[in-house]
Design a protein around this ligand. Structure first.
Ligand SMILES: [Zn+2]
Length: 290
């Protein structure tokens, strides 16, 4: 099951532009981390968490920063624990425990009707993922990777329920709040000022329709790029080529719901993200275009 989810997830991810100063309408977003060896965790973890405030954390940081071998850390822990004058109640015996990331320290769990949502921290590609053939148990992950830095996809948050989330804004709440914060505030890491922009939001057509509250791909006015009315060809809605070009959709049209037939609800709260363009930053899903 994990491998299935990883494969599936890779199709739906939010990418983070790593080329900071060039912010085009298509490439807004997340801060820029230049060091190639920086991990996603470092990028997305609030700075306050990068510095530890107690001896246990300082010791852990020291071991990591100085590449101290685990056997050496284990030996040090043993020596310290053999002296009563050293306060070691909070220290584990084994370096693996000492160096392990804090469990669920920054994970937010909340109810998103009709299931639960776990927020790990920023970044996006969204698509429902069935977990079982015998039940409707399903995940809706929000995933991300850093453009031009790493192809490693990491989770921002995961919804679990037996039907998809009822409301996409509720599902995206933590992501939007965190992304807004990261995109509007400069982040200082290793004495460098970084800027975060969102490169694109990737989801297949059904997930896109859910996120943006727009008509599904079988709707007459479902084209995300123009206002052409579709027509049935057999059992599918198609958009035959026509010489007279239909007007193109714009982000402003989406926000203002200029063409009501395209919408099934209010514009997504994703419009609150600075520089976002929900018409051009959401790539077309070719699987539902053929
Ligand atoms: Zn079109």
């Amino acid at each position: 099951m994990p491998s299935t989810s990883i494969q599936h997830n890779s199709e739906s991810n939010i990418s983070i532009d790593n080329t900071s100063s060039n912010v085009s309408p298509f490439h807004p977003l997340l801060e820029h981390i230049v060091e190639p060896n920086l991990s996603n965790e470092i990028l997305l973890t609030p700075k306050v968490n990068l510095r530890n405030k107690d001896f246990k954390n300082d010791l852990s940081n020291w071991a990591i920063d100085c590449n101290v071998p685990q056997t050496t850390v284990n030996k040090l822990l043993q020596i310290m624990k053999s002296y009563e004058v050293i306060k070691t109640e909070d220290l584990p015996l084994d370096s693996r425990t000492l160096l392990a990331p804090p469990k669920s320290a920054n994970i937010i769990k909340r109810i998103v009707i009709p299931g639960h949502y776990y927020h790990f921290g920023l970044a996006n590609g969204i698509d429902g993922l069935p977990l079982s053939k015998s039940s409707n148990s399903q995940f809706w992950p929000i995933l991300a990777y850093i453009v031009n830095d790493s192809k490693t996809v990491f989770p921002i948050g995961v919804y679990h329920g037996y039907t998809k989330p009822k409301n996409s804004d509720e599902f995206l709440l933590d992501f939007i709040e965190e992304a807004k914060c990261l995109m509007t505030n400069e982040i200082i890491l290793n004495d460098r000022t970084l800027k975060i922009t969102i490169h694109s939001c990737i989801a297949d057509s059904p997930a896109k329709s859910f996120l943006l509250n727009t008509k599904g791909h079988s709707g007459y006015y479902s084209c995300y790029r123009c206002i052409e009315e579709g027509e049935y060809c057999g059992s599918n809605v198609c958009f035959p080529y026509s010489i007279s070009k239909a007007a193109k959709r714009t982000h402003e049209d989406y926000v203002e719901m200029k063409y009501e037939d395209h919408h099934i609800g209010n514009p997504s709260k994703l419009i609150e993200l600075p520089g976002i363009d929900l018409v051009h930053m959401v790539p077309l899903d070719y699987m539902h275009l053929v």
